[in-house]
Design a protein around this ligand. Structure first.
Ligand SMILES: C[S@@+](CC[C@H](N)C(=O)[O-])C[C@H]1O[C@@H](n2cnc3c(N)ncnc32)[C@H](O)[C@@H]1O
Length: 733
């Protein structure tokens, strides 16, 4: 039901009087005029959606739009367009008509009446034209002109142990290819790092996940952008100030400290250094893992700031405003053409991005070779997949459209190319391509502020250690001090209501032989209170280093963490900074800097999770994505390891909510006992959980006759943990 701003007594006479006035003025038949108002106001959308659900219709975006037209206008051609045999039409009562009319009247007074009326007229005209709202051909032709001639729509960088040997066990070549690929990929399209088999270093240690996390963090951070309007000097200053005072709160920067301090910097200059530019690169999208971990795919999207105007998908005009960013560097426009048929009921122009428009028009073409068949959809529903040999087919089908060019780095014989142009990447051909590009039409070039090759003001880093995010944590690590206390643990199970950083420092050395935990999640739950992702990582690193110092040599630390979709708030505090945060890989970064070695990653396959993130009914490229069903259990060691520890484990998550919607676990994020079982082969002396929560780790220790020590900062959870552990005792006797 729409909100009516003004109340007015409606009588049959004044309604008719009004209607007559409006529709005469617009020259639109009365019934159609009402249909337009209902459609614009989305007046009956609720019942429309309900009908779709009741009839269990699976529709593409286009079919749904057509069906909606039928619902409001009753023209059978829309029903045919939607591919649906029968569907109800809305039934408007006289009262509904009154209300929508009052709403229209109010809006024309409150907002720009001319714009609203022109938009209604355009809607009416287009209602009778053959290709209503369908600018596919014109828009896509425009895009073809604009499209960079030598760019790939999908770039698949394939890597395996033989390449690693050829690269002398160095990751530099991987980083270089990531950097080089960036300029070769069309804006908003995907780059895939496809790893086949494990990687071992010269000492025969498994460095697969070390390589993956470095490649992934490098891909997201290898470029520096100086100017991005929403991150202005004022915002920059505020961010620097906040980070500096956070660092000062946590660490000692006193003058005499600086004099013998290896970093020789104060908090302000550390913060300034980090915030000098914006670290950017590809945007991390997904990490797909096969059940044997024999195939791992890191998937990234390129998003470079492009200020060029884009024709409005609804009216093809380029009269537009562009001042908002749904994502960092992704420009969104608002159509300013008064004749645009897609104005909202208040006369607001249509909002669009180049990516959304392209995807939409390609979808509306409904080409058979673009459609993703059910077999592929079924097999690639989840991001943990059965080992298979059709990975290339999946990548082609999910991430490119027919007619586009897909680049692989290894020669292959595909049984079918699905009407894509398949290209082989040759490093040495780079120069040739660059020359061709330079000779090409310059007017077509984007103003690529984020492209390292086009803009002098931006630079990119060639080594992992030179990334500002690495540098920041490398220096912070040097500021973390630790001294052992003298407290001896004596009971089999020791539980403390304390910050684990403080508690661990009170303990005498050589008591803790292993650790397992699931840390608090950055801004995901009620106990998360960090200003931004960097602040969170600083605290986690501080804690990790304390655990490192408390552990005996060669001890293992199992760290359970999943990636989340959230705002990183590093530069901008808005939805613009919302993305899939690589919490797993970022944790690996700070743990390794703190002294640990990442010796493996046990993928906890949780099965199907209820996440709407990737749900779509459009079985077309760029719409379909695998659902995230796993969390990492990163395996760190205080020392080196030749063991192969990584695997994929299916473990059912704890069911927290009962059928009445109550949280029976009484904690928001408990992990299952079966997960703690992973520690069994490595548990020695006391097993530690620095973030105890509901006490699962210690309950497992109790059940399995291990000694255990846990810290929980929250009083309520501490009591809950104690209760859970004691209850087990009672059950025994
Ligand atoms: C994800 S939960 C752990 C859940 C636990 N694995 C379980 O099965 O119930 C993380 C817990 O760490 C606690 N916590 C956060 N920071 C802490 C700190 N510095 N020291 C001790 N506990 C902390 C939170 O209160 C929260 O209960």
């Amino acid at each position: 039901m729409d909100v009516i701003e003004e109340t007015e007594v409606i009588t049959e006479e004044n309604l008719l009087e009004k209607t007559e006035l409006e529709y005469r003025f617009l020259d639109i038949p009365q019934n159609t005029f009402f249909s337009i108002l209902f459609e614009m106001n989305r007046y009956f959308d609720k019942s429309f959606v309900q009908w779709i659900r009741e009839k269990n219709l699976k529709l593409t975006q286009d079919e749904r739009n057509a069906l909606r037209k039928y619902f409001y206008y009753g023209d059978k051609k829309f029903l045919a367009e939607a591919g649906v045999k029968t569907f109800p039409q809305y039934v408007a009562t006289e009262e509904d008509k009154c209300q929508v009319l009052i709403s229209f009247d109010t809006r024309t007074k409150k907002y720009d009446a001319k714009k609203i009326i022109k938009s209604i007229q355009k809607r009416y005209q287009l209602l009778h034209s053959k290709n209503m709202h369908d600018n596919s051909e014109v828009w896509l032709n425009w895009y073809e002109q604009k499209r960079e001639k030598f760019a790939y729509s999908l770039f698949v960088f394939e890597y395996s142990m033989s390449d690693f040997i050829a690269d002398n066990f160095s990751i530099d070549n991987i980083l270089k290819t990531i950097q080089d690929s960036y300029a070769r990929i069309e804006n908003y399209r995907y780059f895939v790092f496809k790893l086949e088999g494990k990687l071992f270093n010269e000492q025969n240690e498994d460095v697969t996940w070390q390589t993956l996390y470095k490649a992934s963090l490098y891909a997201e951070n290898f470029m520096q952008v100086k100017n991005f309007a929403p991150f202005n000097q004022n915002k920059r200053k505020k961010k620097i100030k906040k980070l500096a005072s956070f660092l000062e709160e946590r660490f000692s920067f006193s003058d005499d400290k600086i004099s013998d301090n290896t970093i020789n910097q104060n908090a302000e200059s550390l913060a300034e250094e980090f915030y000098q530019n914006i670290s950017t690169g590809y945007k991390f999208s997904d990490c797909l893992i096969s059940e044997t971990q024999n195939n791992i795919l890191l998937i990234f999207q390129k998003i470079t700031l492009d200020e060029n105007p884009i024709p409005c998908p609804a009216c093809m005009s380029t009269i537009q405003n562009g001042n908002s960013y749904p994502e960092m560097f992704m420009k969104s426009y608002e159509c300013k053409n008064p004749h645009c048929p897609e104005r909202s009921k208040s006369g607001r122009g249509k909002r669009f991005t180049e990516y959304s428009a392209y995807r939409y028009f390609k979808l509306s073409q409904k080409k058979a070779e673009d459609e993703i068949d059910l077999d592929i959809l079924k097999k690639w529903r989840k991001d943990v997949f059965a080992d298979r040999n059709d990975i290339d087919t999946m990548l082609i089908k999910l991430y490119s459209f027919s007619g586009e060019t897909v680049c692989f780095t290894k020669e292959k014989s595909l049984t079918e190319n699905y009407k894509r142009k398949i290209s082989l990447y040759k490093k040495n051909a780079e120069k040739e391509i660059n020359q061709k590009e330079n000779a090409g039409d310059k007017s077509n070039k984007n103003k690529n502020a984020g492209n390292p090759n086009n803009e002098d003001q931006n630079k990119s880093f060639s080594s992992f250690e030179s990334l500002p995010i690495y540098q920041l944590f490398y220096k912070i690590n040097k500021l973390i001090n630790f001294k052992h206390g003298s407290k001896k643990l004596s009971k089999q199970i020791e539980v403390f209501n304390q910050n684990s950083k403080t508690g661990l420092a009170e303990l005498a050395p050589n008591q803790i032989g292993s650790a397992i935990t699931s840390p608090p999640y950055y801004n995901a739950r009620e106990y998360s209170t960090w200003e931004n992702l960097i602040f969170y990582l600083i605290d986690m690193m501080d804690n990790a280093k304390t655990v490192y110092n408390s552990l005996i040599p060669d001890a293992f630390y199992f760290y359970n963490i999943g990636d989340i979709v959230s705002q990183d708030n590093i530069y901008i505090n808005s939805n613009m900074s919302k993305r899939r945060l690589q919490l797993g890989f970022l944790s690996a970064l700070v743990f390794e800097i703190a002294g640990f070695n990442l010796v493996g990653n046990i993928i906890w396959d949780k099965g199907e999770v209820q996440s709407k993130r990737n749900s779509t009914t459009n079985n077309f490229p760029l719409y379909v994505k695998c659902i995230n069903v796993y969390e990492h259990v990163l395996v760190f060691k205080k020392g080196r390891s030749k063991e192969i520890i990584s695997s994929v484990k299916k473990i059912t998550p704890v069911i927290k909510i009962n059928c009445k919607g109550e949280n029976i676990a009484k904690h928001t994020a408990p992990y299952p006992l079966e997960l703690v079982e992973l520690l069994k082969p490595y548990a020695k002396d006391y097993a530690l959980d620095p973030f105890l929560g509901s006490g699962t780790t210690l309950l497992w220790c109790k059940q399995n006759n291990f000694k255990g020590v846990g810290f929980e900062i929250n009083k309520e959870y501490f009591e809950l943990a104690k209760e859970n552990i004691e209850n087990y005792q009672r059950e025994l006797f």
